[in-house]
Write a protein that binds this ligand. Structure first.
Ligand code: PLP
Length: 400
């Protein structure tokens, strides 16, 4: 198995940067705001907590996470919460807890299919409804599988499945007795749309995962939480946790407990980050649209998923490009524009869709990111304006 595609592209970007070549780092789903000082203080204050903690997580974090979900219309007992070193590890423990085939949307985040493969099973990729993302088309669900992963809102498409789709897929999950694993790590970065979790509609069969990597930009802190229905799934995931990570880093859990308790300062920080991401992300999608790509306006976080298929003939004739990987390579090697081809998300190699991650465009330094967060018009800041220019230049040069 190769290194995760996202991490591999990130490495190429770093190499180009070190070589002094221009880069537009849009391949990696890294959020782009500095650590909030309250969280840095909470982490430092807990540095002396050097002993292992309980496998399921620190009671304070489990309680705070239960409160987080309860405030979002999902009444949660702290006993239902399992904490882990990032939601990725919790997704793996959840998949392991469910025996059998797993339905995934096509496209979907790189790691689901790879994790299913690590478990020695085959993912079953099903289409999403046109224009949506993150949830399989409920009409395509057939008997035989045991679980299905949903991404609400979605990476790579930046789209949020409609409440009607979520309702219909919950009905299909009941009909076929499927466990739903709902990855809601971007939930707090939905710009405006109504959010419905499958855990509200089918709580008996839904595992929800989330974390602080995106909304609070703490990916490197490695902390995530999962909400399980009471019963055997949680027990199995707990034994996986006990054998794989023992407990998440205890000082990080202390800071995470503060984060999930959502004091007003952190709430407004997440609000500002969301507004910043929205402006940058929608502008980048608009630049792709202006260059002739088909792209659905993103509804959340920092991703869009333009399709360059309208330029297929031109790309083939002028650049000998016939695949998404070829297109991504062309954009990176000629213009330093790093994006990931759709093939990484389960699309056919010939797909000319690319996943564009805009979280890192907010700034290269914490000072720039703070300025971007505070700016009334962040797109006018010199580094953001330059990034957008570089993108437009690259697209117009390649597609001319
Ligand atoms: N789920 C999705 C859809 C993601 O995009 C990511 C990170 O890119 C993760 C989960 C992993 O998050 P964590 O840092 O909590 O492991």
């Amino acid at each position: 198995m190769a290194v995760s595609a996202t991490l591999a592209a990130h490495q190429v970007v770093e190499e180009r940067r070190r070589a002094g070549l221009p880069v537009l780092p849009m391949s990696f789903g890294q959020a782009g705001v500095p650590v909030h000082p309250l969280l840095a203080e909470a982490l430092a204050a807990a540095a002396g907590r050097t002993a292992y903690g309980p496998v399921a997580g620190d009671p304070a974090l489990r309680e705070a996470a239960a409160g987080y979900w309860t405030r979002r219309g999902l009444p949660t007992d702290p006993e239902q919460v399992l904490c882990g070193p990032g939601s990725k590890a919790l997704l793996y423990a959840s998949l392991l807890a469910v025996d059998g085939d797993v339905l995934l949307p096509r496209p979907s985040w790189v790691s689901y299919a790879q994790q299913v493969a690590l478990l020695g099973r085959s993912p079953v990729l099903l289409p999403t409804r046109p224009g949506e993302g993150g949830v399989v088309d409920p009409d395509t669900v057939r008997p035989g599988a045991r679980a299905m992963v949903l991404t609400l809102p979605d990476n790579p498409t930046g789209r949020l499945a409609t409440p009607a789709t979520v309702r219909a897929v919950c009905a299909a999950a009941r009909e076929h007795d499927l466990v739903m694993i709902s990855d809601e790590i971007y939930r707090d970065l939905v710009y405006a749309d109504e959010f419905v979790s499958p855990a509200e509609l089918a709580p008996e069969r839904t595992i929800v995962t989330t974390g602080l990597s995106k909304s609070l930009a703490l990916g490197g802190w490695r902390i995530g939480v999962a909400r399980f229905p009471a019963g055997p799934l949680l027990d199995t995931a707990l034994s996986v946790a006990s054998e794989l990570w023992s407990c998440p880093a205890v000082p990080v859990q202390a800071a995470a407990a503060l984060a999930f308790s959502e004091p007003p300062a952190l709430r407004s920080y997440v609000d500002s980050a969301r507004r910043l991401y929205e402006k940058v992300n929608i502008e980048v999608a608009n630049r792709f649209a202006a260059a002739g790509a088909d792209v659905a306006t993103p509804q959340a976080a920092f991703y869009s998923y333009p399709d360059l298929a309208p330029h297929r003939a031109l790309l083939a004739d002028r650049h000998d490009v016939h695949t998404g990987a070829g297109l991504a390579e062309l954009l990176l090697s000629r213009h330093g524009v790093a994006v990931l081809p759709g093939v990484e998300f389960g699309e056919p190699a010939s797909s000319l869709r690319v996943r564009v991650a805009t979280g890192q465009l907010t700034g290269e330094t914490d000072a720039q990111r703070r300025e971007a967060l505070a700016a009334a018009d962040p797109l006018a800041l010199p580094w953001l304006a330059a990034a957008l220019d570089q993108l437009t230049n690259a697209l117009t040069t390649v597609l001319r």
